[in-house]
Design a protein around this ligand. Sequence first.
Ligand code: FMN
Length: 571
Amino acid sequence: MTSPDRTTMQDDLTALSVTSLLRLRERAFQSAGSGIVITDASQSDNPVIDVNPAFERITGHRRADVLGRSCRMLQSFRTDPAAIDEIRAGIAARRETSVVILNRRRDGTPFWNDLLIAPVFAPDGQLTHFVGIQTDITARKVAEDRTNFLARVSDQLGVSLDYRAALTGAAEQAVPLIADLFLVDLVSGDRGTDRVAATFADLEGGAHAGRLPDWTVQPEDNHGSALAIRTGRSQLIRSVADNESPSLARDADTLRRRTGDDLLSHLTVPLIARRRILGALTIATTSRSGRTLETADLHLMQDLARRVAMAIDNAMLYTEARMAVRARDQFLSIAAHELRTPVSSIKGYAQMLLRAQRKGEIPVERLKRSLETIDSSTDRLTLLTSDLLDVSRIRLGQLPLRSSEIDFAAKVRSVIQRFEESAVDTHRIDLIVAPGSYLVRADADRIDQVLTNLLENAAKYSPDSDRIALSLCVGDGQVRLSVHDSGIGLPPDGDRGIFEPFERAANALKHELPGLGLGLYICRGLIERHGGQIWAESAGEGLGTTFHVTIPTLGHGPDLNADHAIPLTFG
Ligand SMILES: Cc1cc2nc3c(=O)[nH]c(=O)nc-3n(C[C@H](O)[C@H](O)[C@H](O)COP(=O)(O)O)c2cc1C
C-alpha cells in the first residue's frame, strides 16, 4: 500500500507519541459498535482479559463478571457444534477465523453473532492473545429466516393438495422461529372449527405438536380464531396482561396451569379466499421467549395467511372439480344405460317384425304388442332426451317460458287426475286446498312438468306406502304446494345435493331406484324461472320427504303462517 494518502496517515501515526496513540486506540475500543473481547492465549482455556462496552450491550454480561472466564459461556444447547469445532480448529491453528454462531445473552434470549477471532503475535512470533470481534446480526438473520420460512411453507403448500399436512409442517417450523405457539383453525362443514395444527415451544426450545389441550375455540370468544372467523379481521394483542378480554384471560390461565408459562402477546389473522373465511392462524409468545409481538409479526402472518388461504382454496376447487368430473362420468354411464334399454327394445322388436315380414306372416297380436313396445320405448327416449335438453337450456340460461294466467290449484287437480288415471301407480293421493286465490302467471306445460315430476318422485321413493299427501295454501303473495310421501326419506343434509344436476340422494342409490338424477334439478330450474322456490324436508332416512314449492300469486291470500298452514298428517 503505497498510495499518497496511506503514506501520509502512516507519517501522522508515527508522529504521535505512544501515549497519544494508546489513548486514541482506547477511545476506539470504548466506542466501537461491535463487541470486542481480548483473551490471554498464554493461559489455558483462553480466559477473557478485557471486553468493551459494546460486548456488555450485546451479551448482557458485565465486564467484571466475564474476566477470567472462557467465551464458551455464550453458547447454549442450541449452538451448532460445527460452528464451535470451526473456532476450536482456528484457535489450534493460530489463524484468523470467522463464523456465524447462535449465542445466548445473559437473560437467556438467543442472538446471532457474526464472530471474527484473530490471533495476536509478539515481535518474536510468540502467540500472546486472541481478539474477538462480535457483530449482532439477529435482526437480519430473523428477517432471512422468516423469508425462508414463508418460501418453504409456500413450496410445501404448492406441491401438495394435502394442505392439512402442509399446515402441520408449517406449524412445526413456525415454533420457535416465529413465536412460541402456533395454531391453525379451519371452519368445518357444520359451522364449527377444526383445529388442524397446534404447536408450542417446549422447555428445550424445540417444538411440540398438538400438546396444548383445552385451548378450544368457543364461537362467542372475543379474541383469537373465533373473532377472526366471525369478523374477518386480524387482531394483534401486544400485551395480554393489559387486555380485558375474559376469553383471552381464560386461555392465559389454561396455559399457565398446563405449562407454567405466561401468555405475553397474541395475534390472529383470518384465512380469506375469494371473500370466504376459511379459518384463522394464531400465534402467541410466552414468558419462554419473552418476546412481544409487533406490527412486523402481523404483516408476516398476513402474508402467510394469504398464501395458506390461496392454497386451501385451490385444493378445495381442485377437489370440487374432480368431484364434478366424477359426477359427470357417472351420469354419462347412467345416461348411456338408460338410453340403451329403450333403444335395444325398439331394435329387438323391429328385427322380429322384419323376420316375420320376410316369412310373410305377422300374427296380428304380435304386431300389436311389438308396436306398443316400440311406441312406449320411443316415449321413454323422448322423455330422456327432452330432460337432457332442458338441463342444457337451464345451464345456459336459455329456458323459454310461454306464460299465461293459470289457476295453480286447478292445475294440481288435473295432474293428480291424470296420474291416478294412468293406472301405472297405485298410490292414493290426498289433496287439501286452503281457501284463497290460486291465480298465477306461469307456463302451464312447465308447471305440469314440475307437478308430474314431484308426484312421480313421491311414488318412486315410497314404494312401500300407499299414500301421497298434497296441500295447497296461499299467503305472502305466494302459492305454496307441499307434496309429502312416507318413503325412504333423506339422510341428514341429504336435501343439499338433490337439486344439483346428476346428483341423487345417497340412499336413492342404496335402494337401487332408477333415474338420471335430473328431474329435481329441472324442477328447481323451472320454479326459479317462475320466481319461486323449491326445497325438501325430511325427518331422516325412512321417515318420508316433503317437497315444498312456492310461486308468486296474482291474487292476495291469507298469510303463510302456522295458523293458516295445513298440517300434513296422514289420517
Ligand atoms: C477471543 C475469543 C473470542 C471468542 N468469542 C466467542 C463468542 O463470542 N461466542 C462464542 O460462542 N465463542 C467464542 N469464542 C470461542 C470459545 O471461547 C471457545 O474457544 C470455543 O467454544 C471452542 O473451544 P471449546 O471446545 O473449549 O469450547 C471465543 C474465543 C476467543 C479466543
